[in-house]
Design a protein around this ligand. Structure first.
Ligand code: NAD
Length: 290
């Protein structure tokens, strides 16, 4: 397939490299990042999109996505599909889909989970919003870049699934970390705490698969001095998107709101930037109630 790929940063570069390895013809454009081996460099976004059957974008935020979509949509061939894999706000995803569909193109929002490791290994999970036809067209590419693609519904449904999932993740990680800090102060051994909670009703992915306590449970970023993993500032981005969406939809999300505020403090005032999001545990360890 002839593919245009725009945004070849930490995630985009390994995703594009996997498409090349599978035999696809990929033309890329990025304002700064180098092209991975086998990806032809275009002079601009429109040139990367011209003649492509599928254009994939992997960009930092919704405003940048809207600007790039404005350049590539007029350059795309009728019947081609625009597939945005960035994590952006639901409104931007829907606006871009509308613009693309208005130009006779297929449009998907397909944010991912799995991080840089998953992008390199081709084991991402795609959460996809948009039409059946566009989903069927891009599905073979999801199968190369990932292990699972769930068609969640119409335009914006992929972003909705992503931010709801990550709102649960942020809240449960905080709850798991504060419970470990309380257990410490009550004199409860962390390994015993893990043994009990990981097999009781307090279990969660944060506890069982990504335990924030070093030396306890399966290997996680906590065992590597909280080197990401999933950086706290990326969690903050997703929590803010969840609250932006909650405001727009008039949804009551008090725990999500609190999680966003706590990660904002951690990242912006307490040196959390560049640390794994599970480094909330050493943050709580150092504090009392006051
Ligand atoms: P990144 O900053 O490494 O990559 C973004 C790339 O976009 C950069 O190379 C930048 O030069 C390029 N870019 C910016 N504006 C551009 C423009 N106008 N035209 C062309 N290129 C432009 O970010 P990343 O970590 O690769 O993340 C990309 C997206 O994936 C984000 O939306 C992020 O939230 C999401 N995401 C990231 C992770 C992760 O672990 N890194 C996990 C899941 C989802």
């Amino acid at each position: 397939m002839k593919i245009g790929f725009i945004g070849l940063g930490n995630m985009g570069a390994p995703m594009a490299a996997n498409l090349v390895k599978a035999g696809h013809e990929v033309t890329g454009f990025d304002l700064a990042a180098p092209m991975p081996e086998g990806v032809a460099r275009a002079a601009n976004a429109a040139q990367a999109a011209a003649g492509a059957e599928v254009v994939i974008t992997m960009l930092p935020n919704g405003n940048i996505l809207r600007a790039v979509a404005g350049e590539v949509i007029p350059a795309m061939a009728p019947g081609a599909a625009l597939c945005d894999c960035s994590t952006v706000d639901v409104e931007s995803a829907r606006a871009v889909a509308e613009q693309a569909q208005g130009a006779g193109l297929g449009a998907l929002d397909a944010p991912v989970s799995g991080g840089v490791g998953g992008a390199a290994a081709g084991s991402l999970t795609f959460m996809v919003g948009g039409g059946e036809e566009a989903f069927a067209k891009v599905k073979p590419l999801f199968e190369i870049m990932g292990q699972k693609a769930v068609h969640c519904g119409g335009p914006g449904a992929g972003q909705a699934a992503k931010i709801c999932n990550n709102m649960i993740l942020g809240v449960t990680m905080i709850a798991t970390c504060e419970a470990f800090a309380l257990a410490d102060k009550l004199g409860l051994d962390r390994a015993r705490m893990f043994d009990v909670v990981s097999t009781s009703s307090g279990y969660s992915w944060s506890m069982n698969a990504y335990c924030p306590a070093p030396g306890v449970g399966p290997k996680s970023p906590a065992d590597n001095d909280y080197t990401p993993g999933f950086a706290a500032e990326l969690m903050l981005k997703d929590l803010r998107l969840s609250q932006q969406a909650a405001e727009a939809a008039d949804a009551d999300t008090p725990m999500g709101q609190l999680a966003a505020a706590l990660y904002a403090r951690f990242v912006e005032e307490e040196g959390g930037e560049g640390r794994d999001f599970s480094a909330m545990l050493p943050r709580f360890e150092k504090r009392g109630r006051g």
